[in-house]
Write a protein that binds this ligand. Sequence first.
Ligand code: HEM
Length: 508
Amino acid sequence: MELSVWLLALGAATVLLYLVSVKPGGRLSLPPGPPTWPIVGSLFYLSSLPHRSMETLAKKYGPIMFMRLGYLNHLVVSNAGMAREILKVHDAEFASRPHSTAGKYVGFDYKDIIFSPYGDHWRLLRKICTTELLTSARLSTFKAGRHDEVAKMVQSITERGRDGELVKMRPILHMLTSNNICRMLFGRRREATDNLIGSVFDQFFDCVSEMVETVGKFNVGDLIPALKPFDLQGIEGHMKRVSKDMETLLARIIREHREMRAQRNVNAKEDEVKLFLDVLLDLDEELEDKSIMAVMVDMLGGGTDTSATTMEWALSELVHHPAIMKRVQEELDVVVGRDRPVREADLPNLHYLQAVIKENFRLHPAVPLTIPHVNPTAAQLQGYDIPANTNVLVSIWAVGRDPATWENPLEFNPDRFLNSDRGVTGTHYEILPFGSGRRGCPGMNLAQLMVQCGLAALLHAFDWSPAPGIKPEDMSMLESFGGACPIAEPLLVVAKPRVSTDVYKTSA
Ligand code: HEM
């Protein structure tokens, strides 16, 4: 049932209790926030785009806002100063994660990184990520694979866009990011058919996408425990089913990989690129299979939709602003020329492209509200009491659009980054697409490589225009919520080649 329908029904039942509306904190000095109703709290104030509703509420109640959603206390922070308080000054106090249906099923009972509470297990996984899996050195061993994937993407667009056919970009971009991550995890492409597990990957990715979609939603069963058994939105049932399917598939992938390793050991080569799965299996004394599975799901779920959505938004903005697109292409012509493909080594020289990507992250963060943080013990913030176990959301969305920081915040204007040292890696709290601090995104370097190189090649290889009959300025730039906050109307475009087809040739 639609969230709004059952909320209305519940509202009718609770209206009688309005007169006894409770003040959530008793004598505590809580930050300001919208009125709280019995049972539902302030859920009525959230639309189908909760990040926008919260931004509007923050304009009224301020950058540190307290709201009860169902029975759970929530703190929403909406400007750079408050984001810094949570993610830097009080980072350790707010570094845990709340219990949630997603943590139970998507995180394989909190065995993953994303949903794991702050503690030894999370520390171990995070260390594996930052010192083994996602280091610059490890990422550079997969560079040739990333170049190959970009070339394959260009070829696929050339084929699909022949004779001016419209190209739907979302599945293509999703294929790029998932192929990249699959190559690093398992050493094979998502699209590969000539391998042991073949078609299993497609089922697997259907599961990943479904999971990402449900994780982004507010699950009423988590907010109002009395309603949990009814699973009114069907989220819990769905997650349970998908998680079971994924476990079966991942168990098979791990088993087959172990068998391959056993054979490979006979004539192992020292210089072989070490896959993420090999790194994880080498640690199997420290990590049980469930944790290995959970980490793989985090990488696929956390890294594919987010990066693909970011590229779809950036390309949409450039089709919407043809003069900006032309400027990026002029830069590419100077730095790369038209006789060879874009390489990752070119990226540091593509200053205007970098500015475009930062501006895109500012306006269209793939994760508009951080994954909820939680404080296991009561805390004090700016003179306010924050009760223990409050879900804390940093509104990455509102921070990036704060008029106190950004001039004309709704305007897409990459120039604002040209002579500025503001970056997106979490040290400048005015723009936080990857969060910051202990729980900041460990995949940020990989995401930047995929997004920057992918977008550079798209603009180098093609001229882009909207579907015939649609003017660039008439394109809808609204988003939808859930998962990675994509553009609501998937990008459908004309791609006209601007380099010879030989330039992005691949080995296979
Ligand atoms: C454009 C792409 C991406 C964006 C915008 C993004 C954004 C984020 C954000 C905002 C968070 C939450 C920060 C918080 O809760 O405070 C996060 C967490 C995380 N991301 Fe990413 N991410 C991206 C790509 C990736 C990639 C490529 C990977 C791995 C391959 C990845 C893995 C993770 C993991 C494991 C966490 C959980 C960290 C923890 O809880 O300790 N992400 N990401």
